[in-house]
Design a protein around this ligand. Structure first.
Ligand code: DC
Length: 229
């Protein structure tokens, strides 16, 4: 069976990573969460005071972008943790503050250029499932299977809300929804590699699909594409 590249793009919180992880597990492919890479850059900038709620010090970020090393290491539970310059930041990068920062640093062309370069290296040998916003359009325009995943903002906010509530009881649904809408707007309207469906991507709206139904659709597509010469 030939090895392929699977690109999964879509809005935030529509289940891209669940879908990608499940596919990687079933097929033995490597999974790369590119959102985690932008989040790691965001965390690095926040920690160094190069980014506040209102401002970004682009000069400093650009000066240090090549000293940011991001890796994924499998933990004892078999899950991939994100490492920033050798430190496990998997928990720290999942906060709203870091997510917001990620959506801002991801508008910077030099940040995207460096992360795209790292992502292309990771996928050189194929056998990879990568999720993000620009995988099918910029990172791997020749990917054999491209998925564009969507769901309504309310459904996505509800999913993120339930996920966050497990860790923090004070989380507020309206705030989560506002954050989802704000990030959608920024992802779609930025000048650098805005989120859009690649012409040859297959769109799946999972608002009313169960995880099992969604996975069955994906596995069928995967079998179809890996069988082709
Ligand atoms: O998927 P996520 O919520 O973890 O992504 C965090 C932010 O990073 C999101 O606002 C958009 C940005 N991002 C991007 O611009 N390009 C990617 N390939 C992945 C994420």
């Amino acid at each position: 069976m030939k090895k392929i590249v699977v690109a999964i793009d879509g809005f935030s919180s529509c289940g891209k990573s669940t879908m990608a992880k499940e596919l990687a597990r079933e097929t033995g492919y490597i999974y790369v969460d590119t959102g985690a890479m932008y989040r790691a850059v965001s965390l690095f900038c926040i920690k160094n005071d190069w980014m506040t709620d209102t401002e970004m010090n682009e000069t400093e970020i650009e000066k240090h972008i090549h000293s940011i090393r991001i890796e994924f290491r499998t933990n004892a539970q078999g899950k991939a943790d994100t490492y920033l310059n050798g430190v496990n930041v998997e928990t720290e990068i999942r906060t709203l503050e870091v997510a917001n920062g990620a959506s801002r640093v991801s508008t910077l062309g030099f940040v995207r250029k460096e992360l795209v370069r790292q992502q292309q290296l990771m996928g050189e040998k194929k056998g990879i499932v990568m999720d993000g916003r620009d995988i099918g359009t910029v990172v791997f325009p020749n990917a054999e299977l491209k998925i564009f995943l969507t769901a309504s903002p309310q459904v996505r906010a509800q999913r993120r809300f339930l996920e966050m509530k497990e860790k923090d009881d004070s989380v507020n649904f309206e705030k989560v929804l506002a954050n989802v809408l704000e990030r959608d707007d920024r992802d779609q309207n930025r000048a650098e590699s805005p989120l859009r469906k690649a012409d040859d991507a297959i769109e799946i709206d999972n608002s009313d699909l169960s995880p099992a139904e969604q996975q069955a659709i994906l596995m069928n597509l995967f079998r179809e594409r890996t069988a082709l010469d």
